[in-house]
Design a protein around this ligand. Structure first.
Ligand SMILES: C[S@@+](CC[C@H](N)C(=O)[O-])C[C@H]1O[C@@H](n2cnc3c(N)ncnc32)[C@H](O)[C@@H]1O
Length: 246
């Protein structure tokens, strides 16, 4: 299980709000709230983008595989005065919606968390099925630079109140065969040197060559209509896709 309770706590403490440049990018993609129609945010996490978009008047629905992230999202929705039933726990490879959508967004490089070919393919197939004819999906992938990422270790600490600190320790290596960065993460909540809780998980991030991703999508009835590389740092690309039969 990834994106568990301590991971969610760390994520929300570290990244409580969307970067303004990225929120601005997605609002430009969506167009005016009154004309945007219904919007889906797969992999919505704790609602870092979803809730501000609702506040701006967009009709956004979301889902995420992590129950902890969806718990945090429903809390955020309630605090902002929105009903929590806009979001649900579901994986991208299984999600079945009763409706189809005008627009969909997957920000923050999350699509790269699908590391296996089979999951990428099933997800593109499902996403195609979730769009209305003429609908558009904007998703971000993490990209491979000139050199492969090197193995490394890291540690970060964040204060979470009541004298407690959450510490994230990471150890990563590069799986060149799968083009995947594998990161072993350990989260510990510490007070006065005592470990109160601990959680370990493994995250895999697929790094794409943009040309390879572009070549993949037509097989799933999707066409690339736009591609922004490096807008949010040089390791991500945002692609806008539309059903090719529209
Ligand atoms: C980096 S977080 C980003 C969340 C949100 N977009 C944001 O920017 O705050 C990635 C999210 O993707 C979710 N996720 C990973 N794999 C998934 C899958 N196969 N189906 C649905 N959600 C998934 C994780 O649970 C996590 O909440």
């Amino acid at each position: 299980m990834s994106y568990g309770r301590l991971c969610t706590l760390f994520y929300d403490t570290d990244k409580p709000a969307p970067p303004p440049k990225e929120l601005d990018f997605y609002t430009r993609f969506l167009g005016s709230a009154s004309a945007a129609g219904t919007i889906l945010e797969p992999m919505c996490g704790s609602g870092r983008f979803l809730v501000p978009l609702l506040r701006l008047g967009y009709d956004v629905h979301g889902f995420d595989r992590s129950a902890s992230m969806i718990d945090a999202c429903t809390n955020r929705l309630r605090s902002a005065g929105h009903p929590p039933n806009r979001v649900q726990v579901a994986g991208l490879t299984e999600y079945n919606a009763a409706a189809v959508f005008d627009r969909a967004i997957i920000p923050a490089g999350s699509f790269s968390l699908l590391a296996e070919d089979q999951d990428v393919q099933t997800s593109l197939h499902r996403l195609r099925g979730l769009l209305k004819p003429g609908g558009q999906l904007c998703l971000e992938i993490c990209t491979l630079g000139d050199s492969a990422p090197s193995a490394g270790e890291g540690q970060r600490s964040l204060a979470i109140g009541e004298g407690k600190t959450i510490v994230l320790t990471t150890k990563s290596h590069w799986d060149a065969e799968r083009s995947v960065e594998v990161v072993a993460c350990t989260y510990q909540v510490i007070r006065k040197g005592e470990i109160l809780t601990k959680e370990s998980e493994r995250i895999e991030v697929r790094l794409w060559r943009v040309a390879d991703f572009k070549m993949l999508v037509p097989a799933f009835g999707l066409r690339v209509v736009d591609c922004n590389e490096g807008d949010f740092g040089d390791s991500r690309a945002a692609l806008t896709l539309t059903p090719s039969m529209a």
